[in-house]
Design a protein around this ligand. Structure first.
Ligand SMILES: Nc1ncnc2c1ncn2[C@@H]1O[C@H](COP(=O)(O)OP(=O)(O)OP(=O)(O)O)[C@@H](O)[C@H]1O
Ligand SMILES: C[C@@](O)(CCOP(=O)(O)OP(=O)(O)O)CC(=O)O
Length: 421
């Protein structure tokens, strides 16, 4: 190992996106291996706006495996972290870095410890799927560090053991998590249906909805649904298999009306399963319900769907517009109903791809104040506004899968000490 020197540090940094399911995963048939009761399909979100960056390092001087998340040390003793680390370590291969004079033999990995530093460029544990981007990035970066020869599908099966939805973040574009049949989970992997360039008209706006409510975690919620909801079993056996085929076809043919109908119906059925759980689980709140009504009304008045909505295990709305023009009309509607609270500038209220604000003719607060009610509500007396019910919006689009960051200046660990910078 490295000519007997003990002070070297070898590092890898990677960046991984988050994803939003349009056909939901809800329910496990195996809790430890994280095997689902149905297939699911997701859209990967552009890492420019929502992503995890993780640096992993190895050095003979490290005494333990350690991890820092958003600058704070966290414990790696949890089963999910341990399962991922074990699965990666047992597939590790020899590494030879001639430039640095580092030579690691396959069997050395059993004794070497790793340091992991990770940073989410969006709020952690706020219903924005940080666990999906986080575990995908952990597995992807460790696989590079330890020179795994496995393909992306096999890596997705490891990320799956950190958090089910993480397996879909190993690819960009449109991704299917195939539930598989094997008891050992080897065929429960993610596959890419189409890359991010395939349907690049789509624009995604996330309404991060303010919520004081204490939420049930996805893990607990789906366990309770599996145990008590008859609808979940009907959904997994009868409904989802047909929807998966229809969704694959809609994506393949860029059929937005079908894509939108399936996405909305599947989100609504997932939340119906939550209500069918004993005791019932409420993830959406009044603001979520209002957003659904506005979109439904608009889609109906347009005669064909303009926007799809979907909600995960929380009140945040993920809205998918058929193109940029529709996205700017959607942003006008959203800001009409949910204007920024007093003293909040528009540029800190609409994050991500701010160019959509410009397209919508909204450059300042006064432009929002001047917005007229959406035409589909004209007959109704007077439209109520809900300033403060949305914390902020994020404008994004379908995006690419994980990448390595070669530039050492982007590493989160110090190249000499292997401690957070
Ligand atoms: N960058 C990261 N690297 C590794 N693990 C992470 C990372 N970010 C989050 N996690 C793990 O995911 C957990 C948060 O997951 P949780 O499911 O509570 O929230 P979320 O994924 O942000 O929201 P939701 O699942 O409701 O969309 C953290 O406690 C941590 O264990
Ligand atoms: C509603 C969902 O977002 C549920 C995601 O659940 P998680 O992947 O967070 O759950 P665990 O596998 O227990 O970690 C739907 C989806 O992403 O498909």
């Amino acid at each position: 190992m490295a000519n007997g020197l003990q002070n070297w540090v070898l590092m890898v940094t990677a960046q991984t996106p988050t994803n939003i399911a349009v056909i939901k995963y809800w329910g496990k048939r195996d809790e430890t291996l994280i095997l689902p009761v149905n297939d699911s399909i997701s859209v990967t979100l552009d890492p420019e706006h929502l992503c995890t960056t993780t640096t992993v390092a190895v050095s003979p001087s490290f005494e333990n495996d350690r991890m820092w998340l958003n600058g704070k040390e966290i414990s790696l003793s949890g089963g999910r972290f341990q399962n991922c680390l074990r699965e990666i370590r047992c597939r590790a291969n020899s590494v030879d870095d001639e430039d640095k004079g580092i030579h690691i033999k396959k069997e050395d990995w059993d004794r070497l410890h790793v340091h992991i530093a990770s940073y989410n460029n969006f709020p952690t544990a706020a219903g924005l799927a940080s666990s999906a981007a986080g575990f995908a990035c952990l597995v992807f970066s460790l696989a590079k560090l330890m020179n795994l020869k496995e393909d992306q599908g096999a890596l997705s099966a490891i990320a799956r053991q950190g958090s089910g939805s993480a397996c879909r973040s190993l690819y960009g574009g449109f991704v299917k998590w195939v539930m598989g049949n094997d008891d050992n989970g080897s065929d429960s992997i993610a596959v890419q249906l189409a890359n991010e360039a395939h349907w690049d008209d789509l624009v995604i706006i996330i309404a991060v909805v303010s919520s004081q409510q204490k939420e049930t975690s996805s893990t607990t919620g789906m366990r309770e649904s599996v145990e008590t909801s008859a609808l979940l079993h009907h959904r997994a056996q009868e409904v989802v298999p047909k929807r998966i085929l229809q969704m694959e076809e809609a994506i393949r043919t860029h059929d937005f009306p079908s894509f939108a109908r399936l996405t909305c119906a599947d989100s609504n059925q997932f939340h119906a399963v939550c209500l069918d759980t004993c005791p019932p689980i409420f993830y959406m709140n009044d603001t979520s319900h209002r957003i659904i009504s506005y979109v439904e009304k608009w889609n109906r008045s347009a005669g064909t769907p303009q926007v799809a909505y979907t909600f995960d295990a929380g009140p945040n709305a993920v809205l998918i517009a058929r193109n940029r023009e529709v996205a700017s009309l959607m942003l006008q509607r959203l800001l009409f109903y949910f204007p920024p609270p007093p003293a909040t500038e528009l540029t800190s209220y609409v994050l991500g791809d701010k160019s959509i604000l410009k397209d919508a003719g909204l450059e300042m607060r006064k432009d929002v104040e001047a917005l007229s009610p959406p035409p589909e509500t004209k007959d109704n007396i007077p439209s109520q506004k809900y300033a403060g019910d949305v914390s902020y919006f994020i404008c994004t689009r379908p995006g690419r899968g994980p990448v390595l960051l070669a530039d050492e200046s982007q590493a989160l660990l110090h190249p000499e000490t292997g401690l957070p910078k």
